[in-house]
Design a binder for this molecule. Sequence first.
Ligand code: FE2
Length: 291
Amino acid sequence: MFEEAQYFAPVSTTEDGGVVVELSQSHPGFADPVYRARRNAIAGLAVNHRRGEPIPEAEYTEQEHEVWASVTRELAVKHRKYAAAEYLAGAERLGLPEERIPQLQEVSELLEPLTGFRYLPAAGLVPLRDFYGVLADGYFHSTQYIRHHSVPFYTPEPDVIHEVIGHANALASDRFARLYRSAGAAARRVESDEALEFVSKVFWFTLEFGVLREDNELKAYGAGILSSYGEIEEFRGMDIRPLDLAAMGTTHYDITKYQDVLFAADSLDHLEDVVGGFWDSCDDESIARIS
Ligand SMILES: [Fe+2]
């Protein structure tokens, strides 16, 4: 199921300044008070963070570092088979730690010399305009918690494995980083909520769930596929459609279900021409014409 990277637990602030993450009853960590306390503490780091300051360190348990290590190991095998070459090259350049969860500050320090991108901690869902807008400045909002250790290969929400293995490896590529920045510039340029939603859906069907052809094989470059142990084995069997801006910008997706419609670019050049070109120039009027 494309359940990863879809759902954010609501975060609220109490009167005494505490931060509470509301996990649903079906969340694997719901009945684990120690995990929940850690989630609250990690969300608090993001709520209290100010841009420009170093990202505070999150505390993780040994079990959680082991989750990172085993998911990294398993995904690396699948990436060799299913990931786009440009993503693999990005991962090679970035050199994420394999045995422990990297701190977001550390991810930022690895990325910035490569493509200028830096990470910002997010407690949960970030409003669309802010999430996308800051991409134009080379900032990427990221959650910092990790999934519950009882189910290392499943998460109902985007965790640090999705944000870092899925996104940072792509952000380490000059070509993908340029696309992320273009999406950010587009989000800044458009004015109506409808146009912003169109821009964000194109992002969803490309940088989150995009696939492209390489030597007649379908490869994934979207972070949602590449960070998901289950989805990465499934995407070639999905309903694969040609890259089409109008279709991507208007296709409805259900965030709680399988992402069963995917859009394939013929190549990375093709993706840059069509989607990069769109983000570089779109405005409310041009979007209204094609939607
Ligand atoms: Fe994502």
